[in-house]
Write a protein that binds this ligand. Structure first.
Ligand SMILES: [Zn+2]
Length: 662
């Protein structure tokens, strides 16, 4: 792939960069341990520091919000850069001269390539707009906009356009300036079955989409029905395909224009359609955005939280509202924003609504927005809807459904006040509802990391997560030891059976560690990075998230396996989630008193085996219960196996007991 930064150079930049120094440019770090510095997390609001940096491992992790990784990840996040941009920035600071694979032509470098894509999209937008306002073919498009109540000034302001039905309107005009590759990459042209180039958008009203800085990145395009025919429902909207500049998960239509108004009013509306945005803007409500061909996701929330802490999700029906609310509920607590849900009356969408109140649409909409319901309350009310509360059983089911929403709230104050709402809606005594909530909360409080949520608590209690069930605790501790101090572990990850880990997420992490272990296979970094091969081992663990990203890290594995820092880098390449989890394992203190010793590690791995044996014994026992000892010849054999396992477990426990008492 042309333009990719050479892997050795990426490595060199990483080795020469100092995470502590880079982080210190953004927040104040204080020494809090032999190998740890702490400060206030730049990625979530907090008053006590939970953001931790390990200078020797060159890894950071936030016990508050779970963000973590290496120096590249930190800069990418905080400066909102792409991976190559991050490497380029650090290369400049550390004096590494970067070399690019493939074409050496500097004009192919990523920043320039993005620039070309922006220019091509901007030019296409101008051509589509001209077609809409002047073209003879655009009569139906103008009629559609008219019917939606979109005035000329809005057509200008939003640069709405029209793509005519013939296949080379853009191609004929842009192919003199741009190569076919660029037009395809920009999402403006596609190749048909026979390899012929043609316009991607045909017979559609075009809504140009910009990034938050106002650069053209693509289009949302609405199909126009041929006269007398209804538009095909499924294909009503077509958006630009993912490209280096069009990432739908982090794009919001109109954010470039709306951000000032959002900051000023302290509130943002999120609606579903481009015409809703335009109609509201036209009515005088400028703080409106829409997602671009995808549901509201985490990155959208992160982006909006830069401008406001109050979001109103506006929907034309409960069905749409519930879907979006449920999704947003899953991740809203990670971001410092309050979410509200607004269901418009009688299935009107926001554009219909302001049109119906032509003269004072803005005031009417504002008044309606004042009645928007907090997300959690909305979900609770939905849980109670259509239930016969006079019936005791039905009422108790409603309470449980309501509390299921409440129980996963992390803030105890919110938990309590919403539990009160559940009580009042059900007409039950608060005390009884609180007791039920407590009962439901217990298993949840044992989830991994729950104890570590609060930074202060995490540090006052070395061995974060000590409220986890014992088995999970031991599994997590084993993983910490494998990541932080593989040299004192009695086994290497390559020698250990994944079955030892009963918790699915931990087993996954373990399998990653095993693949990265030098004992797994004769891996070793291949001399020049090699190609992305099927077996993701050390030198080939590459899975570039997006094309062109130089996300590959050849690891330098010593006899004891890759260092914690290298593991985090490798994990990051496999995905955000895994990267964070491995960063957590690298930075979390172990549960030992003081530095973990070989003896300590041996005891932890014995406990791990104990739990594994326990699971096998339980399984055998269940199987034996089903068998008839007289008739099944297998009974004898299985019974013998169980006795052997029981013996092994007893010996392990006795040894462990001696070790612990001496
Ligand atoms: Zn944080």
């Amino acid at each position: 792939m042309p333009g990719r930064i050479r892997q050795e150079d990426v490595e060199q930049v990483r080795e020469r960069s100092d995470l502590t120094k880079v982080v210190s440019g953004y927040l104040q770090l204080k020494k809090t341990g032999r190998d740890s510095l702490s400060g206030l997390c730049p990625f979530h609001p907090e008053k006590t520091p939970s953001f931790s940096v390990s200078p020797t491992k060159q890894v950071y992790y936030c016990f508050g919000c779970g963000e973590g990784g290496n120096v590249f990840r930190f800069l990418e996040k905080i400066e909102n850069l792409s991976f190559p941009e991050t490497v380029e920035r650090l290369a400049k600071e550390t004096g590494v001269t970067l070399r690019y694979e493939g074409e050496s032509d500097a004009s192919r470098r990523s920043a320039d390539r993005r620039e070309v894509l922006h220019r091509a999209n901007a030019e296409a937008a101008r051509l589509y707009h001209r077609m809409l306002t002047e073209g003879r073919e655009a009569g139906a498009a103008r009629a559609y906009l008219d019917e939606r109540g979109i005035e000329e000034r809005s057509v200008e302001r939003f640069a709405v356009g029209f793509a005519p039905t013939y296949p080379d309107y853009l191609l004929r005009r842009l192919s003199k300036t741009y190569s076919p590759e660029v037009l395809v990459e920009a999402g403006l042209a596609t190749r048909d079955d026979r390899g012929n180039l043609r316009d991607r958008f045909r017979g559609r009203v075009m809504f140009p989409i910009h990034d938050r800085a106002g650069k053209s990145v693509g289009f949302g395009a609405r199909h126009l029905a041929a006269p007398g025919k209804p538009a095909p429902e499924g294909a009503k909207y077509l958006n630009t395909a993912e490209s280096p500049v069009y990432r739908k998960s982090s794009l919001l239509y109109n954010l470039n224009r709306a951000k000032a108004e959002i900051t000023r009013t302290g509130r943002a509306f999120v609606v579903e359609g481009y015409t809703d945005v335009i109609a509201l803007d036209q009515a005088g409500i400028g703080s409106v955005v829409a997602t671009c061909g995808t549901a509201l996701g985490e990155d959208h929330l992160r982006l909006l939280s830069l401008f406001t802490d109050r979001l109103v999700l506006a929907f034309d029906s409960d069905a749409a509202g519930v879907r979006a609310a449920e999704r947003a509920y899953g991740f809203h607590q990670q971001y410092p924003v309050d979410l509200f849900v607004l269901i418009l009356p009688e299935g009107l969408d926001p554009a219909d609504f302001v049109l119906a109140h032509r003269n004072d649409g803005d005031r009417e909409f504002e008044a309606l927005a004042g009645n928007a319901i907090p997300l959690v309350e909305y979900m609770i009310r939905r849980a109670f809807a259509d239930r016969l509360l006079a019936d005791v059983e039905e009422r108790s089911r409603a309470v449980r459904a309501g509390l299921e929403i409440v129980v996963s709230l992390e803030d105890p104050v919110r938990r309590e006040s919403y539990a009160r709402l559940v009580a009042s809606m059900a007409g039950e005594r608060e005390h009884a509802v609180m007791l039920e909530l407590q009962r439901m909360a217990e298993p949840l409080d044992a989830r991994p990391g729950a104890a570590a949520r609060d930074g202060a608590a995490a540090r006052s209690r070395p061995g974060a997560g000590s409220r986890m069930p014992p088995q999970q605790r031991v599994e997590r501790e084993s993983l910490r030891l494998l990541v932080q101090t593989p040299d004192i572990c009695p086994v290497t990850a390559g020698e250990l059976d994944p079955e030892r880990f009963g918790t699915p997420s931990y087993r996954k992490i373990f399998e990653f560690l095993r693949d990265a272990s030098p004992h797994a296979e004769a891996l070793g970094p291949s001399p020049n990075g090699g190609g992305p091969s099927a077996d993701a081992g050390l030198g080939v663990a590459a899975s570039p998230r997006s094309n062109g990203d130089a996300r590959r890290t050849g690891a330098t594995a010593g006899p004891a396996g890759p260092s914690a820092g290298t593991l985090v880098s490798l994990a990051q390449e496999r995905g955000e989630q895994l990267g964070r989890l491995v960063a957590a394992l690298a930075v979390e203190p172990t549960e030992s008193d003081g530095e973990p010793t070989g003896e300590y590690a041996a005891a932890v791995f014995d406990r791990l085996e104990e739990f594994h044996l326990g699971r096998q014994i339980d399984e055998l026992r269940r199987e034996l219960e089903r068998l008839n000892p007289q008739k099944e010849p297998r009974y004898e054999e299985l019974f013998g196996r169980m006795v052997a396992l029981l013996g092994r477990r007893r010996r392990l426990m006795e040894e462990g007991g001696e070790g612990r008492s001496s």
